[in-house]
Design a protein around this ligand. Structure first.
Ligand code: SF4
Length: 337
């Protein structure tokens, strides 16, 4: 263990207490639109198996299930630029009556908005024009930095070029789009890479002020035998969270509770947010069930913290007016949260 690290972890928790009075989460419904992706990351557990593209009626059913379960956020996740994957994706899209995935997504976002939900989308490295278009229908957007390092697990992945992801994260700032980003831990990066990645995020946020939360995502080996990387040690994730808190200061730091059944070390290390708690399953980590909000509350209470539900956009961005007209009407409906 690095000398003085216990101290670093404990001080990170105190730093969190200085900036945040509550531990937050968001009730969401997870919509895994398609598992077709142009990349082939060495740790991916989402894109295996038979290719699929959810039909409009399948998406509708999932969204309605989410609304019935109390979801506020519709979390849209899908493979990056599936039309470039070269597996007949455009043909399936055509069967649903669409000539482009962009048009299809916009209709799905409108469907979610019509049901009173607030979309949040992780589109991957799409064009700036698509990113901007999607943001008009989303309360906030997501784009993981993952790492500033060029890693062997990203070989043959055009969407994982760090400089291109940084450019799109900066673009979101220029366009005043509230953004969730984050880093991956345990996919071949070094401690120095983690530090550089976190510092880059802080530097960008200092310039634009649009990073609403940073996910520290430990790699978790799960359902697919072909996933090449072993799960990262919990201790490494905890240390990374603590270091992130020291670097990011008052930016929300998130770690998903279904990947960390023992929440105490995360709290000690300075997390302030637990991310989306889905009413449906985690399609990225399908073997890891989410706790219910009540279970989560019990766990958080035990450690003397207060759990609070939040929207997929943080209050400061609503106050700044970083909200499109499509999203605003649903924010007004959900303003009691
Ligand atoms: S970009 Fe995401 S969905 Fe695509 S291969 Fe990589 S991890 Fe899987």
């Amino acid at each position: 263990m690095v000398v003085g690290l216990v101290d670093v972890v404990e001080k990170a928790g105190l730093l969190r207490d200085r900036f945040f009075g509550e531990i937050t989460y968001c009730r969401n419904v997870f919509v895994p639109v398609t598992n077709v992706c142009r990349n082939s990351c060495g740790y991916c557990g989402f894109c295996g198996g038979e290719y699929y593209l959810m039909s409009p009626s399948e998406v509708y059913d999932v969204l309605v299930e989410g609304v019935r379960g109390g979801a506020v956020e519709a979390l849209f996740t899908f493979g990056e630029r599936p039309e470039e994957a070269g597996c007949g994706f455009s043909r399936i899209l055509g069967e649903y009556g669409y000539g482009s995935f962009t048009d299809y997504l916009v209709d799905l976002f409108e469907m979610a908005l019509d049901l009173g939900l607030l979309p949040h989308t992780n589109p991957g490295l799409v064009s700036k024009s698509d990113f901007k278009l999607y943001s008009r229908y989303n309360a906030s957007m997501g784009l993981m930095l993952e790492s500033t390092a060029t890693l062997p697990v990203h070989e043959g992945c055009p969407g994982k070029a760090p400089e291109k992801r940084i450019e799109l994260i900066e673009f979101a700032g220029q366009e005043k789009i509230p953004l969730t980003t984050g880093i991956l831990v345990g996919v071949g990066e070094t401690w120095l890479d983690r530090l550089k990645s976190l510092r880059k995020i802080k530097e960008i946020d200092d310039r634009y002020g649009h990073i609403q939360e940073v996910i520290i995502q430990g790699h978790n080996k799960h359902r697919l035998a072909e996933t090449q990387h072993p799960s990262v040690d919990e201790e490494v994730v905890v240390k990374t969270i603590a270091i992130a808190r020291h670097i990011l200061k008052d930016i929300e730091i998130q770690a998903p509770p279904n990947l960390h059944p023992d929440i105490k070390p995360l709290l000690t290390a300075g997390i302030s947010d637990l991310g989306g708690i889905s009413t449906t399953k985690d399609h990225i980590n399908p073997s890891k069930e989410w706790p219910t909000p009540n279970q989560l509350k019990e766990k958080i209470d035990q450690h003397g913290y207060i759990l609070k539900e939040r929207l997929p956009i943080y209050p400061e961005y609503i106050e700044k007016g970083w909200v499109s007209k499509h999203v605003k009407k649903n924010l007004d409906k959900n303003n009691e949260i």
